[in-house]
Design a protein around this ligand. Sequence first.
Ligand code: 4NP
Length: 185
Amino acid sequence: MNILQYHDNPRVRRALANIKEQGKIRVLFVCLGNICRSPAAEGLMKEAISDRNSSLQWTIDSAGTGNYHIGDLPDPRMRAHARRRGLTLDHHCRQIKPYDFDDFDLIIGMDASNISNLRRLAPNPEAEEKILPMSDFFGISTKYDYVPDPYYDGAEGFELVLDLLTDATVNLRDTAEAALDNSLA
Ligand code: 4NP
């Protein structure tokens, strides 16, 4: 259970205050393989901000800490479950690089292992400040405090990931838009 709601979370406030150019936010979602969770987060985030009259300009991408599937489309199971919700996932897997810590404002990991890998890869303390767990954006009603790896699970695991990520991406959008409006202060 996420004790702090995202809008009361000092880590989230600090990260959003660090957005370099006002009006722009660059978000990189990260998991291990970059074929299940993070490309789904990328697709859902893009969907969450589409057709909105937001003055915030978004850059959204995803990457993996591992190098097992570079160049691949997302896992066929994840693509099939997303497609049932009207979402096409067409990201090609890539591994996170040191320059990603310069190119993005928020680097969002799916679970504790992703977060510890990211902390190890961060080139400096400023880069480390950009790392956040996706669970910081979970609504209060979920009993999860991470996005579970669905790779070795069945259909329910993929559906759970899509449910958690749909909630979190909408909350991230709303929190970032509110931060831009200064209504979080
Ligand atoms: P993801 O899931 O980190 O959500 O993309 C995984 C995909 C592949 C592997 C592990 C996790 N793998 O070991 O190949």
